[in-house]
Design a protein. Structure first.
Length: 226
């Protein structure tokens, strides 16, 4: 089967006044898991570039790996193309950026996501995250880090060429439908997350339309796709 397009999820985002920080209202678990996958993939792309550089036969592969690394940096860190070289030289530029808040009351240690996304490598992420005292193995980690650790381990076993193909599929064929809202309150969003309430009226009709045709809002020029 050939993968032409995969819609991962529909998410609702509440925008802050200055529109530099996004707060997830609905779709938090799906979105944070996807971001953790992208972070693990970014780390593996960096190591794959190092492994492949210096080999003339791998020149095209290295170019592809770098292009995909740069694309993921624009997604994870909202980096402009001209900012990426400086970010690669000075990692503090990345550490100072925060673009997404997770406000779900169901998640303990909410800062875990930010710690992982800002980590330079796996060891930095491991050293920075919370570990539950007296628990062993993966049970001492939060769900955030367990998911990240799983993705990282799978990607570490892949060859540079396999990583390049996987990154190509992720970037080109996976879609997230993003609906930005200035009218859905945090309290309403949290009640959706807990299952105490659910969208109704025009909101539920919108979701029904999206299930039938995920492109309808883009065709009407009222949403962005990421």
């Amino acid at each position: 089967m050939t993968l032409t397009s995969l819609v991962l999820c529909t998410i609702i985002i509440s925008c802050e006044v200055n529109d530099t920080m996004l707060r997830l209202i609905d779709g938090q678990q799906r979105t944070t898991t996807f971001l953790l996958l992208l972070k693990a993939l970014l780390m593996r792309l960096n190591t794959a570039i190092t492994e492949s550089e210096g080999d003339e036969e791998s020149e095209g592969l290295v170019a592809g790996l770098k292009a995909k690394r740069n694309k993921i940096m624009t997604i994870l860190h909202r980096a402009e193309d001209e900012e990426i070289p400086e970010m690669l030289r000075n990692y503090e530029k990345i550490e100072s950026k925060e673009i997404l808040k997770t406000v779900s009351i169901n998640e303990a240690h909410k800062m875990e996501l930010s710690i992982i996304l800002k980590a330079k490598n796996y060891r930095d992420a491991l050293n920075g995250v919370y570990k539950e005292p007296r628990r062993k193995s993966d049970n001492k980690f939060t769900n955030f880090f367990r998911n990240f650790k799983y993705f990282h381990g799978k990607l570490e076993d892949a060859s540079p060429s396999a990583v390049n193909r996987f990154a190509k599929n992720i970037i080109e064929k996976c879609e997230i439908i993003e609906i930005r809202s200035w009218q859905v309150s945090q309290k309403t969003g949290e009640s959706w997350e807990r299952g105490d309430n659910s969208p109704s009226g025009s909101s539920i009709r919108l979701f029904q339309i999206l299930e039938i045709n995920s492109n309808v809002l883009e065709e009407c020029e009222i949403l962005t796709k990421a």
